[in-house]
Design a protein around this ligand. Structure first.
Ligand code: AMP
Ligand code: MG
Length: 435
């Protein structure tokens, strides 16, 4: 995705507060600048069941071997290979059955010459035995056991440490923990584990026009949907949103809210970052003591976008328009938060797809066009979800992807191959699997 092959001009010196368009930077440069300034948070120790989907913050060595002892991989009979090597249907080998042992128990007898012990899947291999003959290859008559076929020396024995040896590196720092990893940790006797801490992310929604969803409608007012979109987006990636509610377009209120918000691990504002009379977030950031790196990116939607550091915490001034702020979150805040949580895979997946209709755009900006994706015979086809206004949240809600149109392009031809950022799982996968 954003960090790509195109060689970008170096980051320009920003003189704070200027509205000069020379200070617009490219999407790739913005992503690079942000990620350069983000480091992973320290680790925390949690019970393993809380570690799924999080990133491991320590190398974990096995303190036990798994399995801890050699055991049977089949229901059958533990024998000595030399006793049964020549077994066949005609003639079978006859052994003496001396004991039957369930999984979870240890045989009292040993397997000596001419002897067999009945075992189940998981039963420890009795002393003296080296091979298991499966039940299907035998016939028992009381204490007499006929072996009619064998699968080879050592067959159906799971050796101690076959999965993992004591002292071996079981999981490496940086591993994104999936359910099998949690089970692996349990199997080696590790009940708690160190993972990267999740960032607490302050969400400040600015605007005199904003009401909460629970408030009654009032003339001139709209619901603060950004606060919800952004909090949900933070939650989706496993970080913790901290809502600072609605802050009015007053410099003093903004400065106070920003200062309080800087106690979190990252700060995000929406609105008030553009060039309107009441767009005071940039000024307030400066007054609160933030160092601003940039505040404009050559993109659509989401042209105004401030990034800087406030009391050494990353601060993102997202635009107010609902789609602009949501897309800016995906492009910039999401990878930054993932990096803070120790992830190595920071970007949404990108596929190549065939465009179903022509798209026109202006030169000099990178555009992200909300689209639907359909697959046909293993090929993906994309088409716009319709109205692409920065305020039309529904067309983002309907979208499965974002078509990426580069700065140089002015037109994307029907039938051409275009890169598409995937926003979620494609239902088409189910079709391909035949469900
Ligand atoms: P602004 O950048 O503050 O001028 O906002 C741009 C547009 O986005 C305006 O139409 C705002 O009403 C709208 N907007 C700003 N903040 C929010 C929000 N939190 N939720 C929904 N719409 C918003
Ligand atoms: Mg505003």
């Amino acid at each position: 995705m954003p960090v790509g092959a195109v060689r970008e001009p170096p980051l320009l010196e920003c003189s704070f507060g200027s509205s000069d368009d020379r200070f617009v930077i490219s999407v790739n440069e913005a992503v690079r600048t942000i990620l350069e300034q983000i480091s992973p948070l320290p680790g925390e120790e949690v019970p393993i069941l809380q570690a799924g989907g999080r990133v491991l913050c320590e190398d974990v060595r096995a303190r036990r071997s798994v399995p801890p002892f050699a055991n049977s991989a089949m229901d059958g009979f533990a024998v000595r290979w030399q006793d049964v090597a020549h077994a066949a249907e005609f003639p079978p080998v006859t052994l003496k059955l001396v004991e039957a042992v369930a999984a979870g128990y240890v045989a009292k007898r040993r397997v000596s010459e001419g002897v067999a012990i009945k075992v189940m899947t998981g039963t420890p291999i009795p002393v003296g035995a080296d091979t298991v003959v499966r039940v299907e290859h035998t016939e028992s008559h009381g204490e007499q056991l006929l072996i009619k076929a064998v699968d080879g020396p050592g067959s159906h024995v799971r050796q101690a440490g076959e999965d993992i040896q004591k002292g071996e590196l079981a999981l490496e720092k940086g591993k994104l923990l999936a359910p099998a990893d949690i089970g692996l940790l349990a199997s080696i006797g590790k009940s708690r584990v160190r993972i990267f801490r999740r960032p607490r992310v302050a969400v400040i929604s600015t605007g005199d026009e904003l009401l909460d969803v629970r408030d009654s409608p009032r003339p001139g007012k709209i619901v603060n949907s950004n606060g919800y979109t952004l909090a949900a987006a933070i939650q989706e990636i496993g970080a913790a949103p901290v809502s600072f509610g609605i802050v009015r377009d007053k410099r003093k209120s903004l400065v106070a809210a920003l200062k309080r918000a800087a106690r979190c691990d990252a700060v995000m504002t929406s609105g008030g970052i553009s060039v309107g009379d009441y767009d005071l977030v940039k000024e307030a950031l400066g007054e609160a003591g933030a160092r601003i790196e940039f505040w404009k990116v050559a993109q659509k939607p989401g042209h105004p976008l401030a990034f800087g550091r406030l009391r050494n915490k990353p601060v993102f001034g997202l635009p107010g328009n609902p789609v602009s702020s949501a897309v800016s979150f995906l492009l910039y805040v999401r990878p930054a938060l993932l990096k803070m949580m120790g992830h190595r895979n920071l970007f949404l997946p990108v596929i190549q797809a065939t465009l179903e209709h022509e798209i026109k755009k202006s030169r000099g900006v990178k555009e992200f066009i909300r689209c639907r994706i359909r697959t046909d015979n293993g090929r993906s086809f994309v088409s716009s979800t319709g109205a692409q206004g920065a305020g039309v949240l529904r067309s983002l809600a309907m979208a499965q992807g974002l078509i990426v149109a580069s700065e140089e392009q002015t037109q994307l031809e029907k039938g051409s191959e275009v890169p598409v950022i995937l926003l979620g799982r494609l239902e088409a996968l189910n079709e391909e699997l035949g469900f």
